[in-house]
Design a protein around this ligand. Structure first.
Ligand SMILES: *Cc1c(COP(=O)(O)O)cnc(C)c1O
Length: 345
């Protein structure tokens, strides 16, 4: 059984968070002369809610969890950085991530001076829990998994993920940035079953709000309150909070239809790409992008740039030689891309 207190750095355990003006007076009405703001209303002259209570309650309802299970960050990248800062003693502790996967786990590790060990996925980009757990040392505090994985697009095998959750005496982070593109509901429905689980999601992908910078972490109230204590008080600005609430409450049907269109376009694109002879492999996808393997991938990448179509060259990524990652666009954008690819060579 995991002991959270032993995992959290002592300086963080002992930390008394900065107390904002809004912490000291929690009433609603009155004349605010407590925060040195400008008194002249323009829609954003007041500091925003540091606890993002309204946005949190909308997201909590959407994901059927309690608001105490929700942390909001300036993108989920903020949550990744905070987890290192809370659990990993710089230069002493270690983290573990799968490879290939999202690059931010390694960048945030380097920034925090934490050694990141990477455990290889299998040749079909699957998680081998035993191999991963072999790389755990007494100093391993965090494990980063990503499902559906970026840049490969596949969901990680659930049974293997559960093995890691059950066997590892530290924090398991599952990055579900792309879960809404999948049939699978991910790990939020079983959040309460694992004390060491942190799930990352984001409004940046399926929700269409990358420009607002709102990411979520779902975890136990203990871990969430620790993240809240360490974050900057006003990490989500007031305009982003307001716009995100408006989008989540107002455009539900439209968002649902857009999501379904992206998924059906992904299926169509998968089918069309498989028909192109020179494409050696089209990997299965549970996300809004498709990884393909093409001999001379970088040459094709530059050809597409000449045609003003920008995709991502992943050729230099581990186990991804000669691969390109294509984001699913509108039906018109996808059709044109397929035409350009068919006419290549
Ligand atoms: C895009 C992406 C994110 C980034 O999310 P933000 O909320 O925009 O910071 C996180 N994880 C993965 C795997 C991603 O691909």
């Amino acid at each position: 059984m995991m002991e959270l207190i032993k995992l959290i750095r002592k300086n963080i355990m002992d930390l008394a968070p900065y107390s904002t003006a809004r912490d000291e007076y929690k009433g609603e009405i009155g004349v605010y002369l407590d925060a040195n703001e400008s008194p002249y209303a323009n829609g954003f002259n007041r500091y925003p809610d540091p606890y993002q209570q309204e946005l949190k309650s909308v997201i909590a309802r959407m994901r059927q969890v309690s608001p105490e299970n929700v942390f909001l960050g300036n993108g989920s990248d903020e949550a990744i950085d905070l987890l290192y800062r809370i659990f990993c003693e710089p230069r002493l502790d270690q983290a573990l991530a799968i490879r290939p996967s999202y690059g931010m786990y390694a960048v945030a590790a380097r920034i925090n001076d934490v050694r990141l060990i990477e455990a290889d996925l299998t040749d079909d980009y699957q998680l081998d829990a035993e191999a991963l757990l072999q790389a755990v040392t007494p100093r391993t505090k965090l494990i980063f998994l990503c499902s559906p994985n970026n840049p490969t697009g596949n969901l990680l095998n659930k049974r293997e993920v559960m093995r890691v959750l059950e066997k590892f005496d530290g924090i398991v982070v599952i990055d579900e940035a792309y879960i809404d593109f999948s049939e699978d509901r991910g790990f939020v429905p079983v959040l309460n079953r694992y004390a060491n689980l942190v799930i990352l999601q984001t409004l940046s992908k399926a929700w269409g709000m990358a420009g607002l910078r709102v990411g979520m972490a779902f975890s136990s109230p203990e871990i969430i309150s620790c993240m809240t204590k360490v974050k900057y008080p006003y990490n989500i600005n007031g305009v982003a909070q307001k716009l995100a609430i408006g989008e989540l409450l107002g455009q539900q049907l439209q968002k649902e239809l857009q999501l379904r269109e992206i998924i059906s376009q992904r299926e169509l694109l998968l089918k069309e790409l498989k028909k192109i002879g020179y494409i050696e492999n089209v990997y299965p996808s549970d996300a809004n992008f498709i990884l393909i393997k093409v001999p001379g991938a970088t040459r094709l990448y530059h050809h597409l740039i000449e045609k003003k179509r920008i995709i991502r060259d992943r050729s230099k990524v581990f186990k991804c030689a000669d691969t390109l990652r294509i984001t699913v666009g509108t039906p018109g954008e996808n059709r044109e891309l397929v035409e350009i690819l068919k006419n290549y060579k």
